[in-house]
Design a protein around this ligand. Structure first.
Ligand SMILES: Cc1ncc(COP(=O)(O)O)c(C=O)c1O
Length: 378
C-alpha cells in the first residue's frame, strides 16, 4: 500500500506503546482526562436532545443559538465576539487542526512550545509548515523566554502556539508574558494560536487570555475538560469572522457538521448554576490533589518539581542519565505505575516525566508511595 508522504511524515506518539502495556491493576498517571463524569444535568440534556429528535445534520458552523451563547458566556469578558466568530468543532483537537490547516502555507514557520501538547508539531507538519520549538524550562516555572522567542522569529514566522494553563507542565503565563507575546505578534506580523482549554483549572494566580490583548488570535477551545466530557467530542474555534468563514469550508469537507445532540445538550447547560457548581467542586477537588501531589513529589530524591499553577499535570525533572522512555518503562515494570515520558512532548521534555493528577486521591497515594520507593532505591 503506497501511503501518502504526508501521513508518513508524522509518527504515532511513543507513549502509545507504553500505555498498551498498562494492566487493570496499574496505577495509571498517564490519563489526560478528568476522572469525573459530566454534570448530571448534561447527561439528562443529552438524553432529551436525542429523544426530541436532534438526530440530524446541523449547520456546519453549528447551531446559531449555541454559537451566540458561547460568545456571550465564555468570550464576552475578553472581547466583543458574537456567534459569527464561532465555529463549533469536534473537540479542541479538531478546532486546532482546522485553525492550523486554514492558516499555514507551505514553508511557514510556527513557534511551538517544547515541551508541549503532542498535537501541535504534527498538525503544523501536516499543513506543510515547519514547527520551530521554543523552550519551556522548569527553572523558569515553564514560562517562555521572550528573548529566545525574539531570536526565533523571522520573515517566515506565521504563528505561535501558546498553551496556558499548560499540558504537560502545569505552568501558566503571567500577564506580562501574554502582553509581550501579543506585542511581538503585532510587531512582526504573525498570529497567535492560543490553546486555553484548561482555563478554568487554575489553582493560583489568574488565567490571562490572549483574547484580551490581541485581535490576531485563533482560539481553539474544548468542552472536554471543563465539563468532564472528553468522549462527547465537542469544542469550538473562535477567531475573526473572515477567518471563521474560510475555516468553515474545511470543516464542511471533513465533518459536514458537529454532532447535533451534543450541541443541543450544551445549549441547555452552559451557564446553568447547578452545572457551574459541579465544575467548581471538581476544580476544588483537583486543587486538593495538586497540593498533595506537589508535597509528595517534593520529598522524592533525584527529582525537581515546579508547582503546577493550572491544568492537571505536573512535569518533574530527574537527575539520572536514563532517557525518559526507558525510565517510564522501568517504573511500569518494577512498580506498576504508568507515567508519561517527557520526550513524548518534545526534545526538552527529555529527563522529565508527566503525572496527571486527574485520578483519585487513593490512586495518587499508592502511586506516589511507589514512586518514592523507586527513586529512593536508585
Ligand atoms: C492542551 C490541550 N489542547 C487541546 C486538547 C484537545 O482536547 P479535545 O480534543 O478532547 O477537546 C487537549 C487534550 O488533552 C489538550 O491537553
Amino acid at each position: 500500500m503506497r501511503v501518502s508522504q504526508r501521513v508518513q511524515s508524522i509518527k504515532l506518539s511513543g507513549i502509545r506503546k507504553m500505555f498498551e502495556l498498562v494492566g487493570s491493576k496499574t496505577i495509571n498517571f498517564g490519563i489526560g482526562q478528568p476522572d469525573f463524569q459530566p454534570p448530571p444535568k448534561a447527561i439528562k440534556a443529552l438524553a432529551n436532545a436525542v429523544r426530541e429528535g436532534w438526530n440530524k445534520y446541523t449547520s456546519t458552523y453549528g447551531i446559531p443559538e449555541l454559537r451566540e451563547k458561547i460568545a456571550e458566556y465564555f468570550l464576552s469578558k475578553y472581547c466583543d465576539y458574537t456567534g459569527e466568530n464561532i465555529l463549533i468543532t469536534i473537540g479542541g483537537s479538531h478546532a486546532l487542526y482546522i485553525a492550523i490547516m486554514s492558516l499555514i502555507d507551505k514553508g511557514d514557520e510556527v513557534l511551538v512550545p517544547d515541551p508541549g501538547f503532542v498535537l501541535y508539531a504534527p498538525h503544523v507538519t501536516l499543513a506543510n509548515g515547519k514547527p520551530v520549538y521554543y523552550t519551556l524550562r522548569i527553572e523558569n516555572d515553564f514560562r517562555p523566554d521572550i528573548e529566545e522567542l525574539k531570536n526565533l522569529i523571522n520573515k517566515k514566522t506565521k504563528a505561535i502556539i501558546v498553551n496556558s494553563p499548560n499540558n504537560p507542565t502545569g505552568g501558566m503565563l503571567e500577564r506580562e508574558d501574554v502582553k509581550a507575546i501579543a506585542d511581538l505578534a503585532e510587531d512582526y506580523d504573525f498570529y497567535i494560536i492560543s490553546d486555553e482549554v484548561y482555563n478554568v483549572f487554575v489553582y493560583e494566580g489568574k488565567h490571562v487570555s490572549f483574547l484580551e490583548y490581541s485581535d490576531r488570535v485563533l482560539y481553539p477551545m474544548s468542552f472536554s475538560k471543563i465539563y468532564a466530557m472528553t468522549g462527547w467530542r465537542i469544542g469550538f474555534l473562535a477567531g475573526p469572522k473572515e477567518f471563521i468563514d474560510q475555516a468553515m469550508k474545511l470543516s464542511y469537507y471533513t465533518i459536514a457538521c458537529p454532532s447535533a445532540p451534543m450541541q443541543r445538550a450544551l445549549l441547555d447547560i452552559i451557564g446553568d448554576p447547578e452545572v457551574e457548581e459541579y465544575v467548581r467542586n471538581m476544580i476544588s477537588e483537583f486543587k486538593r490533589r495538586r497540593d498533595y501531589v506537589f508535597k509528595r513529589l517534593s520529598e522524592i530524591p533525584h527529582i525537581t518539581v515546579s508547582k503546577p499553577k493550572g491544568a492537571f499535570y505536573v512535569l518533574p525533572k530527574y537527575d539520572l542519565k536514563i532517557p525518559s522512555e526507558e525510565l517510564a518503562m522501568k517504573i511500569l515494570n518494577e512498580k506498576d505505575v504508568a507515567v508519561t515520558p517527557g520526550s513524548a512532548f518534545g526534545p526538552h521534555g527529555e529527563y522529565h516525566f508527566r503525572i496527571s493528577f486527574a485520578t483519585s486521591m487513593r490512586q495518587l497515594e499508592i502511586g506516589l508511595n511507589r514512586l518514592y520507593e523507586f527513586f529512593s532505591s536508585l
